[in-house]
Design a protein around this ligand. Structure first.
Ligand SMILES: NC(=O)c1ccc[n+]([C@@H]2O[C@H](COP(=O)([O-])OP(=O)(O)OC[C@H]3O[C@@H](n4cnc5c(N)ncnc54)[C@H](OP(=O)(O)O)[C@@H]3O)[C@@H](O)[C@H]2O)c1
Length: 281
């Protein structure tokens, strides 16, 4: 396959380009290649690249800043997806779009399936849901919801909540963690492999929860990280209700990957296994 990876210098995008490059021809696009919010530039780039698949890893991910900059968030997370979907339609390409657990309101109490109706509570979340809908404009599209991504990004860079916890544990400082926020952390390496797996198997298009298996509170994730690192767990456990941020966050974010696993032909590794591989890299 000839695969265009958009946002190829982002955390997930770099892992995706690397994974796809093992067996396929990759055309990698970053911000310097074109601005994904420029409809004409997107169309021209895709016309030139002639991809079989467009994997969009770009996005506006500043959840709190999006409250003050809604137009920027909507442009990058929603209208850019419309441009990519239309470019995919023009060239007959498949589109892969990444979305977020934040499309849900976080009031569930068991792992959320793809059937659960979304109910976004912030500007960022709304922009991601609109992106999901615009992705459907492509002739074949996969919307892969991911959450709490972790892994080594381009140039060895690392970011995200889990990285902050690990860095704090390694430095021996007291780390602030939520004791009542439940997540399904997702290793970018496993996410990239699963994305390519769906494409190679020509699995049914649609929405999938593309996360590592299992779920835990951030405190439990931190405890496991401390155990794997062999360091003393020093945490200040806080409650979601105690922290005020500009954007509302869903509290319960466990995603079920029960639809993804059979489509992939294997069970996604657990988050604990992924964390062990990440820490021993
Ligand atoms: N990280 C998470 O925990 C998380 C959770 C849920 C969903 N997701 C979704 O997963 C996907 C990948 O996330 P990520 O964490 O890998 O993102 P990331 O590291 O922030 O990478 C996003 C990339 O998109 C590029 N980009 C942003 N706006 C652009 C524009 N207008 N034109 C061209 N490029 C642009 C950025 O370039 P610059 O670096 O130059 O800004 C960056 O390289 C996104 O769709 C995100 O919404 C992520």
């Amino acid at each position: 396959m000839r695969i265009a990876v958009v946002g190829a210098r982002g955390q997930l995008g770099a892992a995706m380009a690397h994974e796809c490059g093992k067996r396929h021809e990759v055309v990698a696009f970053d911000r310097a290649s074109f601005d994904v919010t420029d409809d004409g530039a997107v169309a021209a780039a895709m016309r030139g690249a002639k991809p079989d698949v467009i994997i969009n890893c770009s996005g506006y991910n500043a959840v709190d800043a999006a409250e003050a900059h809604p137009v920027e968030a909507l442009k990058a997370n929603a209208f850019a997806v419309r441009s990519l979907a239309r470019a995919a339609r023009e060239s007959g390409a498949t589109l892969v779009q990444f979305s977020s657990d934040f499309v849900f309101d976080g009031t569930a109490s068991t792992p959320m399936t793809e059937e659960l109706p979304p109910n976004p509570r912030s500007t960022y979340a709304t922009s991601k849901l609109l992106g999901e809908w615009f992705a459907a404009d492509a002739p074949v599209s996969y919307v892969l919801r991911v959450e709490s991504l972790f892994g080594v990004g381009p140039g060895g860079s690392d970011k995200g909540s889990l990285t902050s916890i690990v860095n704090g544990l390694r430095a021996g400082t007291v780390v602030k963690v939520f004791g009542d926020r439940t997540v399904s952390p997702t290793y970018i390496v496993d996410c990239a492999a699963a994305t390519l797996g769906l494409l190679e198997r020509r699995s049914a298009p649609g929405v999938y929860h593309c996360v590592n298996s299992g779920f835990a509170t951030w405190h439990e994730v931190g405890m496991e990280a401390a155990r794997l690192l062999g360091v003393e767990p020093r945490f200040q456990v806080v409650a979601v209700a105690d922290v005020t941020l500009p954007a509302a966050r869903p509290q319960y974010c466990a995603l079920s990957n029960a639809k993804l696993n059979p489509a992939l032909g294997y069970v996604m590794p657990t988050w604990q296994d992924a964390l062990r591989r990440y820490l021993s890299r």
